[in-house]
Design a protein around this ligand. Structure first.
Ligand SMILES: [Zn+2]
Ligand SMILES: [Zn+2]
Length: 339
């Protein structure tokens, strides 16, 4: 009989993790704001643990949780997390383009000069593009990300010693805010999806630094595997069946609110009664088919009813309020289903 070796688990790639987590947490029904509350909660626990208690196990748990939620955010916007990470940190600092960041020695103006690079910089820009192409074809994993960030920014260690860990918490606030601004801009069609990917990478880089400096040498991929071995670590199901955490209304609640509003309009004898009945019929039809969100035509019909109503002069204040609430619920729902 051949010698049986202990089964060696292979490090999963970031792409594999994103797929696995998508199966555990199919988050299509969650708004990005809802996902963001989870990301922020994880950052606050990381901050608390590194400032006060410094218990590696709790800290590690929060960091793993953070990466799971940030992958959810990426999945929501159909961003590949490995592309986001490599695009921002192709084993070089995105500002000074050195493999070990030199930003400090060049001063802040250097950041501003990024767009007007001298010819020597052009060469490094090309290197950067090459590095990206090589890396994106290779196996990008979480340990790779932690290693890369610590190689580019060895100064983080000194920085943390000099300024204390409160600095990291301040960075979480700053980067978290930037991520929120990036996806809000994208949803309101003012910004590009690439900005979300950049902010995902920037916030994650700080979390990766925390792992590097405080995790007491645990293997991040091994800890992920342990945590998600049986699906969701809380309810042990796949997909997760945990109750929702925040108060952001879900799709079903929003549809109920819209239906309630439409019924109120019909009772008040305002708006087109035929159109209102059609819209209400569409929601119950969708429900009977097991889909709780009706189709695009329902969205158009419901908002038409409201818009026409708002144009009629002398409409009672109560009716205007109801119409406004319907409109808000419609907008939220639209954002949530990611159309
Ligand atoms: Zn730099
Ligand atoms: Zn669960």
């Amino acid at each position: 009989m051949p010698h049986v070796r202990a089964k060696h688990r292979q490090t999963a790639t970031l792409r594999e993790w994103q797929q696995k987590l998508r199966a555990i947490y199919p988050n299509k029904h969650m708004s990005p704001d809802y996902i963001m509350t989870h990301i922020y909660t994880k950052c606050s626990i990381i901050g608390k643990e590194i400032i006060r208690d410094r218990r590696a196990l709790k800290l590690n748990d929060a960091i793993i949780g953070y990466f799971a939620w940030i992958m959810s955010m990426c999945s929501h916007f159909e961003i590949e997390i490995d592309e986001a990470f490599v695009g921002r940190f192709p084993e070089m600092c995105p500002y000074c383009l050195f493999q070990t960041c030199q930003c400090d020695s060049y001063g802040a103006e250097y950041h501003d000069a990024v767009t007007k690079r001298p010819p020597a910089e052009q060469e490094r820009m090309e290197q950067l593009e090459q590095a990206y192409t090589v890396l994106i074809r290779s196996e990008i994993s979480l340990p790779w990300f932690v290693r890369t960030i610590s190689k580019i920014y060895p100064s983080n260690r000194t920085l943390l010693k000099r300024t204390g860990h409160t600095y990291v918490v301040a960075k979480f606030l700053e980067e978290g805010g930037e991520l929120h601004r990036a996806y809000s801009g994208f949803m309101q069609k003012r910004g590009h999806k690439d900005a979300i990917a950049t902010e995902v990478a920037d916030l994650s880089a700080w979390v990766a630094s925390c792992w590097d400096l405080d995790s007491e040498g645990f293997d991040i991929d091994g800890q992920m595997a342990l945590r998600f071995r049986d699906g969701c670590p809380i309810c042990k199901s796949k997909p997760c069946e945990c109750p929702r955490y925040a108060i952001t209304p879900g799709e079903e609640e929003l549809i109920l609110q819209i239906e309630e509003g439409l019924r109120a309009l019909r009772e008040a004898k305002v708006g087109d009664p035929i159109e209102i009945d059609k819209a209400l019929a569409e929601t119950s039809e969708a429900r009977s088919r097991g889909q709780h969100v009706p189709g695009e035509s329902w969205f158009r019909r419901a908002s038409d009813i409201v818009i026409k109503l708002q144009k009629v002069s002398g409409t009672a204040v109560e009716v205007i309020k109801t119409a406004r609430n319907i409109q808000l619920a419609l907008e939220m729902l639209h954002t949530m289903i990611g159309s």
